[in-house]
Design a protein around this ligand. Structure first.
Ligand code: NAD
Length: 291
C-alpha cells in the first residue's frame, strides 16, 4: 500500500509570537534592574521600498518586545565616510546595544567595509566575521538571525539532530554558510550545495534535514524529499498575485516530509525574532547581566 503522509507544520509565526511574549517579560525585568531598555539602532540608506517595509517591521517588533529602537534614515547619496562616522558614534553610544544596517546598501558603499565597522558586541545581525568565526570554532556569540531561527524551528520537532544527514541548498554568507556551522555544532553530518553542485536531487534524496536557501522558486521538488525528513524553506518569492512562496514545492514535499515550514509563516517571522533575541543578549553582555 502506498501510504501518503502529511507533514506536521513547523509554525514559525506561532513560535515567534511565544518567544516575543517571553521577551517582553524579560525586557520589563531588565528595565527594572538596570534602568534602561535594550536599544537597537536601525540604519537605512536610500529609498528601496522593500527595505522600508523590513525596517518598519523591525521597529514594530522592537516596540512589542520592549526594545528601544533608534532610527537613522539616510539619503541614497550618503557617503561611505559619513556612514562609517555614524557607525563609530553608535559603537560608542551606551544606549545602543545593537546596530543593524538594512541591506542592500547603494552600490557606491562597500557593504563588507560597513559591516566590519560595527563593534562585534553590537552586531545583532550576526554577520561580522568575528561572530561567524566564533560560531565556527564552537563558541557561538551573536548568531546570524536566519540560521539561528531555523535552529529554533528544528528544536520544535523534538528530534535529536546528532548524526542526521543535513543538506543545505545555498552557501551565502548570511544563510547557507552559518546554517552549516549551526547544524555541525548540533552534531549533524552536513553537506552544502550551491550553484556548482552536480546532481542536487541525489543530495536531497538522502537528507534527513533539508534547508532550502537558494533563492530559486520551486527548486526543491517534492518527490526528492526522503520520507520522514524535516524540510526548512528559507526562500521567499513574491508571485504576481502578491502571494509568497518558497524554494520548495510545498504541496508535494508535505506528502513525504515529517515536518515542514510553510512560506509565509515559517522562517520569516523567526528571523526578526532572533534579531530581537540577539539585541537582548547584547544588552545583557553590555550591562554584565549573565542570568
Ligand atoms: P544568495 O543569492 O546570496 O545565495 C544563494 C545561494 O544559493 C548561493 O550560494 C548559490 O550558489 C546557491 N544556488 C543558486 N542556485 C542554485 C541551484 N540551482 N542549486 C544549488 N544552489 C544554488 O541568497 P541568500 O541571501 O542566501 O537568500 C536565499 C533565499 O532566502 C532568498 O530567497 C532570500 O529572499 C531568502 N531569505 C529569507 C530570509 C528569511 O528571513 N526568511 C532571510 C534571508 C534570505
Amino acid at each position: 500500500m502506498n501510504e501518503i503522509m502529511s507533514a506536521n507544520i513547523l509554525d514559525g509565526k506561532a513560535l515567534a509570537e511565544r518567544m516575543r511574549l517571553a521577551m517582553r517579560e524579560q525586557t520589563h525585568m531588565l528595565f527594572e534592574k538596570h534602568g534602561r531598555a535594550p536599544g537597537l539602532a536601525v540604519i537605512l540608506v536610500g529609498d528601496d521600498p522593500a527595505s522600508h517595509v523590513y525596517v518598519k517591521n523591525k521597529k514594530i517588533g522592537c516596540e512589542k518586545a520592549g526594545i528601544a529602537s533608534f532610527s537613522y534614515e539616510l539619503d541614497a547619496n550618503t557617503t561611505q565616510q559619513h556612514l562609517l562616522g555614524l557607525i563609530g558614534e553608535l559603537n560608542a553610544d551606551p544606549k545602543v546595544d545593537g546596530i543593524l544596517i538594512q541591506l542592500p546598501v547603494p552600490a557606491h558603499i562597500n557593504s563588507k567595509v560597513i559591516l566590519q565597522a560595527i563593534d562585534p558586541s553590537k552586531d545583532v545581525d550576526g554577520f561580522h566575521p568575528y561572530n561567524i568565526g566564533c560560531l565556527t570554532v564552537r563558541q557561538p556569540t551573536l548568531r546570524s538571525c536566519t540560521p539561528y531561527g531555523c535552529m529554533k524551528l528544528l528544536e520544535e520537532t523534538g528530534e535529536d539532530l546528532h548524526g542526521k544527514e543535513a543538506v543545505i541548498v545555498g552557501a551565502s554568507n548570511i544563510v547557507g554558510r552559518p546554517m552549516a556551522m549551526e547544524l555541525l555544532l548540533a552534531g549533524a553530518t552536513v553537506t552544502i550545495c550551491h550553484r556548482f553542485t552536480q546532481n542536487l536531487q541525489a543530495h536531497i534524496e538522502r537528507a534527513d534535514i533539508v534547508v532550502a536557501a537558494a533563492g530559486k522558486q520551486g527548486l526543491v521538488q517534492g518527490e526528492w524529499i526522503k520520507k520522514g525528513a524535516i524540510v526548512i524553506d528559507v526562500g521567499i518569492h513574491r508571485l504576481e498575485d502578491g502571494s509568497l512562496t518558497g524554494d520548495v514545492d510545498f504541496e508535494a514535499a508535505s506528502k513525504r516530509a515529517a515536518w515542514i515550514t510553510p512560506v509565509p509563516g515559517g522562517v520569516g517571522p523567526m528571523t526578526i525574532t532572533m534579531l530581537l533575541a540577539n539585541t537582548i543578549q547584547a544588552f545583557r553582555a553590555h550591562v554584565g547581566d549573565d542570568e
